[in-house]
Design a protein around this ligand. Structure first.
Ligand code: F6R
Length: 244
């Protein structure tokens, strides 16, 4: 795992943006794996700016998001579909049909999981997957204890994740109980992974990742078994890690 230490959120966002632009210039038809949440927002802003300035085009790019809540309409401001359109997709020159998120609204969710995996495979696999990390070490919505062998699946959210995400909802009762998420195995199949971590509330998870063993109790630790991972981490997130 390559570790890039940066000062703060802004520096993390710019570094991630720079790496993505670099890869996009190398690839003819880039396939990006994307995340929602507070972590990548600054990176999306930077990518939008680069696109508007003409430094990068998304015309030949496909995107696949990690996850979506189950049971929330796409036009609901709390859905990840809404987030992605609002924060990124509607502001760049990507073709509508090339941006993908799993659907949390299908009757047959097992079928949706399989079809999402197939769509990723049909696109040639993910070239570069962007990840954030939960305070409990989750990636995507893969909570502690998720078997590393899981592909896209429906997950029950832990109380800690529902609480963390309740900041976007009117109350915690409105936070869905389930989500559809790429599994650890799906994530590991990406050719390259960019893990972004900022803030003191992530410091425990970072310490477990850097100093601990690979364990299903710390989902992010699976990335230690991947050959091409870059961790971009700020000072606050590194504050509980001995190796600096
Ligand atoms: C989002 C996702 C989650 C988040 C994680 C961190 O698509 O899959 O794993 O990356 O919960 O969220 P933030 O960035 O809001 O702290």
């Amino acid at each position: 795992m390559k570790i890039i230490q940066v000062k703060d959120y802004q520096a993390m966002s710019e570094k991630a943006c720079e790496i993505i632009v670099e890869r996009m210039q190398e690839l003819e038809k880039p396939v990006l794996g994307l995340a929602t949440g507070s972590t990548p927002e600054g990176m999306y802003e930077c990518l939008i700016k680069k696109n508007k300035e003409g430094n990068v085009s998304f015309k030949n790019t496909s995107t696949f998001n990690l996850d979506e809540y189950v049971g929330i309409a796409e036009e609901d401001p709390n859905s990840y579909h809404y987030f992605m359109h609002d924060k990124f997709l509607d502001h760049v020159d990507i073709e509508e049909e090339n941006s993908h998120l799993p659907s949390g609204l299908e009757k047959d969710m097992d079928k949706e999981c399989k079809e999402y995996e197939q769509m990723i495979r049909d696109a040639g696999g993910i070239d570069l997957q962007v990840l954030g990390i939960g305070v409990n070490g989750h990636i995507g919505f893969n909570e502690p204890g998720t078997p590393f062998t899981k592909e896209t699946h429906v997950v029950e959210l832990t109380d800690s994740t529902r609480k963390a995400n309740s900041r976007y909802f009117a109350s915690i009762d409105e936070v869905p109980t389930h989500a559809i998420s790429m599994g650890p195995e799906t994530i590991m199949q990406s050719k390259e992974i960019l893990l972004l971590i900022s803030g003191e509330n992530k410091a425990d998870a970072v310490a477990k990742l850097i100093e601990g063993d690979v364990s299903e109790q710390v989902p992010v630790s699976i990335l230690k078994n991947h050959e091409n991972v870059t961790l971009i981490v700020d000072e606050a997130a590194l504050s509980k890690t001995k190796i600096k």
